[in-house]
Design a protein around this ligand. Structure first.
Ligand code: ZN
Ligand code: ZN
Length: 412
């Protein structure tokens, strides 16, 4: 008899793992907060702890998410640049080179007067970016997309490109730099980049937006300053690799970028899903459930715990945990039966260190009809009692695929 395939929901509570807080009598924020709803999933599911990359390795959110999506992060990762570009909608493919950019203010000798053009923002940046469309240099297609405030991203697409070039942005109020190739094969890329910087100045220096800014006494945004070249990684699309349609529900640009580059559909979220600690977690959970009506796999990311960890605010992290538990209640009451649900984190961001650490993260996998284990409480300590033991991040997806009746048999 054929068993029916289940849908899979990953709930990634970014940076949720923590260490013993002296203020909490040696407990972690997860241990200190009562989470009856997440604990319901723990008591019915299987738990364990997980080294998202491998033991002791401190993951970035980008490499961690690659690992959770089943990729070997050490093989496919080419730097953060491409994911940041993808996060604002510039989703490239293998061979494309992406840069982060600032709108800057320069004088006619290209001396930088302000590296952020007075922290210019939309709608001015929207109009300026529009003036940079349709640029083709030496057979290379150039695309610019605006980011938040004075930030933008640049994508080069064409044969023979390389990310091994130096920045045009001097990262200081100095003269705009000529980009240089770091290897002979990168000569074309440096040439295209330098030509693009010149074109950006030519097209923007007398743009109506800048004429208006000049009259208002504001710094003009008359140049784009590219930095941080990165090649788009060669990643086989997640839906093809795993035979599942897949989407991501995330508020943060970089997470959206990683998922987009891996071939997941990036769902547009309402402004209430901010990606900060004020985000509406119930609304996000509702959107994830609605998305699962059309997709086999959804990755949902809550950024808030990571923000609290970086700010070293254990009390705020506890507040976020309470909110996550209310969202888990909503999930419990509204989810369909044929689901595999995962509660985990992409890495630990302890409130005592203020940055990511290599500590393993708590993990719970729930689906209907699992063998019971001894874990009862969702925390770094409580999950360690479960029967999943200690696994690595890239093992998570195969385990879930198996529970979802979606795995291919290995052998006869
Ligand atoms: Zn993270
Ligand atoms: Zn972080």
């Amino acid at each position: 008899m054929a068993v029916s395939k289940k849908r899979i929901l990953f709930i990634i509570m970014d940076g949720m793992g923590d260490r013993a807080c002296p203020e909490l009598g040696g407990k972690t924020p997860l241990q200190a907060v009562d989470t009856p709803n997440i604990d319901w999933f723990v008591s019915k599911g299987n738990s364990g702890i997980m080294d998202v990359i491998s033991p002791g390795i401190r993951p970035g959110s980008d490499t961690a998410h690659l690992s959770l999506l089943g990729y070997n992060a050490k093989e496919v990762y080419t730097g953060r640049g491409p994911f940041e570009a993808a996060g604002i909608g510039l989703i490239g493919r293998k061979g494309d080179v992406a840069f982060r950019c600032n709108f800057g203010t320069v004088d006619s000798d290209l001396n930088i007067l302000d590296r952020r053009a007075g922290r210019i923002k939309a709608p001015d940046t929207t109009e300026l970016v529009r003036s940079l469309s349709d640029i083709m240099i030496k057979g290379v297609e150039v695309t610019v997309r605006e980011g938040t405030e004075h930030r933008a991203a640049l994508l080069l697409r064409g044969p023979g490109l390389s990310s091994l070039v130096t920045d045009a942005d001097p990262h200081d109020t100095a003269k705009v730099l000529e980009s240089k190739p770091l290897v002979p094969e990168a000569a074309l890329t440096a040439e295209v980049l330098n030509e693009f910087v010149r074109i950006s100045y030519e097209r923007m220096k007398d743009h109506p937006v800048n004429r208006k800014r000049r009259e208002a006494g504001l710094p003009e945004a008359n140049i784009l300053l590219p930095r941080g070249a990165g090649s788009f990684p060669d990643i086989d699309p997640f839906p093809q690799v795993n035979g599942m349609s897949a989407a991501c529900v995330a508020g943060v640009g970089m997470i959206k970028g990683i998922c987009g580059v891996c071939g997941l559909d990036v769902i547009d979220l309402p402004p209430a899903c901010t990606g900060g600690s004020d985000t509406d977690m119930i609304l996000k959970t509702r959107i994830a459930l609605e998305t699962l009506e059309h997709y086999d796999f959804v990755l949902m990311n809550f950024k808030a715990p990571d923000v609290c960890g970086h700010d070293m605010m254990y009390a705020k992290k506890m507040e976020v945990i309470r909110k996550a538990d209310v969202a888990a209640k909503y999930l419990r009451e509204n989810m369909p039966e044929d689901m595999v649900v995962v509660f985990t984190a992409d890495h630990s961001t302890p409130s005592t260190t203020g940055d990511h650490t290599g500590d393993p993260v708590p993990l719970t996998i729930y689906t209907d009809g699992m063998i019971q284990d001894d874990a009862e409480e969702y925390s770094e300590y409580g999950c360690a009692k479960g029967r999943l033991g200690r696994i690595r991040g890239h093992d998570l997806l195969p385990i879930c695929m198996d529970l979802a009746n979606r795995s291919e048999k290995f052998g006869a």
